[in-house]
Design a protein around this ligand. Structure first.
Ligand code: LLP
Length: 429
């Protein structure tokens, strides 16, 4: 039977988070019940959104594309397993992320490994594991990669990360391809680095990589970057020999309740003909686009307070649970889990952490809240849990994955004992 009273939730980028009789649901479960069962603050993820987003990217870029989910966006083991089940690989930036893929029992053959400063053990571990390729960002990595290849008796596949000096039009902290950013190799220097790669018997040049930044909403930077990479590659024959892949990075933006997400079909439509003309297979590394709208942070109201000209709603989630507002002035839609009938007023939603920068949302129109009422911070699936910290000795939240009528705990709430364990029983060697 169709659900008749199901309506979209304002601000949500995914229909899995919707309202039934004025109450927020995730798929076929009321959020209120999840909060009662698992406690707050709580990250709730929808499996349907993960599936749908992977399908969207696959439909846009076609079967020839290798999708590598950027693990940093949300590295929960159960989410990684779900992504693998959808047939995609992983974009890694640390030995820890490689360890997560391995701990989840997943193959590493479709992993790429970027990172502006890789440690020797990380290179060694990834060579041992066997990955699709390394995204090389700095010339000093080449001898380290070659030595690891020699020890393993195999040539190491390398994609050179180029810095095309393209303005991604995003927040300065997550813009990565301007010439003054630390990432990639500037086009003027890249010729020497390619020469060093092709001269090394333990390295194999298999592609180029760019990552322009995060939360991009426009197609043009992707086109501009590929055009610049193409012009560079055309500058000498050795730059294209053996090259099979173009890794265009991630950065696909979502709406966060304001404007349009990036049109991934338009990106693919613009880039695919250029790539086919060169015989290059696309690799894409979306993080936020796959998981951002799939998650909400559920928090309980601790109280209300008025100070100066501001009405505050104090909640039990804070900047340590979701750093994005404090760090990037990010604006996540915030909605009541159960809509009240009273008049709404403009409030700052703030956590208990001892910093004025500890806010989840400023100047939001919300109904009057009582202690114990629940709020949902939407679009929190990406860079929420994965950036959470223990600041103020707060325990990181529990995480739940919803699939239809089923909710599965995929990360237990941290305990105080776990938080202290590395500082206890230290026996001097
Ligand atoms: N590939 C590389 C090489 C990256 O550095 C990143 C993100 C991605 C892919 C995935 O980007 P995405 O598709 O998720 O935009 N903490 C920030 C975002 C930092 C992104 C860092 N690199 C935030 O909360 O907005």
């Amino acid at each position: 039977m169709p659900v008749v009273d199901r309506v979209p939730c304002p601000g949500s980028g995914a229909s899995a988070f919707h309202l039934r009789s004025g109450e927020l649901w995730c798929e076929d479960l009321p959020i209120r019940e999840l909060a009662a069962r698992f406690g707050t603050p709580l990250y709730v993820y929808s499996a349907a959104v993960l599936d749908e987003r992977v399908q969207r990217v696959r439909a846009a870029f076609g079967p020839e594309a290798q999708i590598c989910y950027a693990v940093k966006a949300n590295s929960n083991l159960s989410l990684l397993q779900r992504m693998h089940g959808l047939g995609i690989g992983f974009d890694l930036v640390s030995g820890g992320e490689l360890g997560r893929v391995q701990a989840a029992g997943l193959p590493t053959a479709n992993c790429v490994f970027a990172g502006v400063g890789k440690e020797s053990w990380e290179i060694e571990a990834a060579v041992q594991a066997g990955i699709l390729f390394f995204n090389v960002e700095s010339p000093h990595e080449l001898p380290l990669l070659a030595a690891a290849g020699q020890r393993a008796g195999q040539r190491v596949p390398v994609a050179l990360r180029l810095n095309p000096d393209v303005d991604a039009g995003t927040h300065a902290y997550i813009s990565t391809a301007k010439k003054d950013n630390k990432f990639g190799v500037a086009l003027e220097r890249a010729g020497e680095v390619v020469a060093a790669i092709v001269a090394n018997p333990w390295l194999r040049l298999c592609g180029y990589h760019v990552h322009l930044g995060s939360q991009l909403r426009r197609v043009e930077p992707y086109v501009q970057a590929l055009a610049r990479v193409g012009a560079f590659v055309d500058g000498a024959r050795e730059r294209s020999e053996g090259v099979t892949h173009y890794d265009l990075g991630g950065g696909f933006g979502i709406a966060y309740g304001d404007g349009e997400p990036l049109d991934v079909h338009a990106v693919a439509a613009a880039l695919l003909p250029m790539l086919r003309a060169r015989g290059w297979r696309p690799v894409v590394e979306p993080g936020r686009y796959l998981v951002g709208d799939a998650g909400a942070l559920i928090t309980a109201v601790l109280g209300e307070k008025n100070q100066g000209a501001t009405d505050f709603v104090l909640v039990d989630a804070a900047m340590n649970d979701l750093m994005r507002p404090a760090l990037y002035q990010a604006e996540h839609p915030i909605v009541p889990v159960v809509s009240g009938s009273g008049p709404s007023h403009v409030v700052d939603v703030v956590g208990p952490v001892c910093e004025t920068g500890d806010f989840l949302g400023k100047r939001r129109e919300l109904p009057h809240c009582e202690r114990g009422d629940l709020l949902a911070v939407l679009g929190a699936g990406a860079y929420g849990a994965s950036m959470a910290s223990n600041y103020n000795s707060r325990r990181r939240p529990a995480e739940v994955l919803v699939e239809g009528k089923t909710a599965r705990l995929v990360r237990r709430r941290e305990t105080l004992a776990q938080l202290l364990s590395n500082e206890m029983d230290l026996h001097e060697a």
